[in-house]
Design a protein around this ligand. Structure first.
Ligand code: GTR
Length: 392
């Protein structure tokens, strides 16, 4: 009985705290850092100075203050196809399971890639790569269980290759264990304030898959979209910002330190995410706990780093924790950088109606009815978005 009342009281308190956190009226006024104003005060007016000055500046700010450095060197990388089934999915797809083995300083890490390529195709296939943060069963090669989180059959019948690796191969998603895989190759990262942690390492691993794709003649290396959900979405955005070989970036319900603006402090905040997941972002990011207004960046600048490449983000109506409005505002505030490249954005001033997708646009978006998840509805729109951009 006593326990019940305690639970009730805690529940009511939490409910109240969340209700306050979810009130638009509680969002205080904030000023976003200007994406087109360089550190020396000069206003960026064309893509040449964006690429030469401002883009590298912003990339460094994110490395030093949010995601940590992105090491690019390694001594060796090997690709071994461990399973090859040319007639998988009842003959519709070629399945390849590939061990991507990376070595540095005498240490080795293996990223296991599952890849289905449509057999009904002319030439190399465009591909989607999922950074899988959910149980590995979601991206099963055997297809005994099928999950909407990675609807491989749907992608294959739409003419796209579909690939996935599991985040635990690169960095286990636990504060006591994240350092035990790929970070063993980069021990210097573990001692720096701006060293990469789990989310950075997942993005690093996505880039190693690109290294593999470059060698696979069945894949159109110039047409690879990196996809992630939630924490995987944060990693997908960071991967796409860092590695311009990704032609498209898709972040589903990515929320705080993903697509959502930090300064709104709506739903999950920097302090909450750093406290609950101390192993995700650089140690230096913790100085912004309850101190978002001093961040030299906000998340619209992360979206900007993806320009001119198409970017698509989503939210879900019952996932206020991920701040749908703040994610949409992030996209709107990245538009000036896409404009430098003459890229058309069809974003409307207000977010589109629930379940209405903005597809014919360099920056795409939908807010799906429902909970925090990645569903067949989300994927159907990713495919529409990729189809729209296919011939660019
Ligand atoms: C939550 C976290 C979010 C998001 C989510 C997920 O607990 O607060 O930032 O990453 O997990 O990955 O599903």
């Amino acid at each position: 009985m006593r326990i019940h009342s305690a639970v009730l009281i805690i529940g009511l308190c939490l409910g109240k705290a969340y209700a306050q956190n979810y009130a638009e009226s509680k969002v205080s006024a904030y000023a976003l850092p200007e994406v087109l104003k360089a550190a020396n005060g000069k206003i960026i007016r064309n893509k040449a100075s964006w690429e030469k000055t401002r883009r590298p500046e912003i990339l460094r700010l994110f490395e030093n203050n949010v995601y940590g450095e992105m090491p690019k060197d390694y001594e060796d990388i090997k690709f071994v196809v461990t399973n090859d089934e040319p007639m998988a999915m009842e003959g519709k797809a070629h399945l390849k399971e590939v061990a991507i083995t990376v070595s540095r300083l005498g240490k080795t890490v293996a990223i296991h890639l599952t890849l289905f390529i449509p057999n009904n195709r002319k030439g190399p296939s465009p591909a989607f790569l999922l950074i899988n943060n959910r149980p590995p069963g979601n991206t099963q090669a055997s297809r005994e269980t099928k999950s909407e989180f990675w609807p491989a059959e749907m992608l294959i019948s739409s003419g796209y290759a579909i690939a996935a690796f599991h985040v635990a191969d690169a960095a286990p998603d636990k504060k006591e264990e994240y350092m035990n895989r790929a970070l063993q190759l980069y021990p210097e990262q573990l001692t720096k304030d701006n060293g990469m942690k789990a989310v950075g390492t997942w993005a690093w691993a996505a880039s190693r898959v690109m290294d593999y794709f470059k060698t696979d003649k069945d894949i159109d290396f110039k047409k690879v979209a990196v996809v992630g959900h939630s924490r995987g979405g944060k990693a997908a955005l960071w991967a796409g910002a860092q590695d311009q070989r990704f032609a498209m970036v898709i972040a589903n319900c990515s929320g705080n330190t993903g697509a959502a603006l930090s300064r709104r402090k709506f739903g999950e905040t920097v302090k909450v995410i750093n406290t609950n997941f101390p192993h995700w972002f650089a140690t230096s990011y913790k100085q912004y706990n309850d101190n978002e207004n001093t961040l030299p960046v906000d998340q619209h600048m992360l979206i900007s780093l993806i320009a001119p490449r198409p970017v698509y983000t989503t939210n879900a109506t019952k996932d206020l924790w991920a701040d749908p409005k703040g994610s949409y505002l992030s996209l709107i505030n990245a538009e000036p950088v896409y404009a430098l490249y003459g890229k058309h954005s069809a974003l409307t001033a207000e977010p589109p109606a629930i379940n209405d997708a903005i597809i014919n646009s360099a920056i795409g978006y939908h807010n799906r009815e429902g909970i925090h998840d990645m569903t067949a509805f989300d994927w159907a729109n990713f495919i529409r978005f990729a189809n729209f951009h296919k011939h660019e």
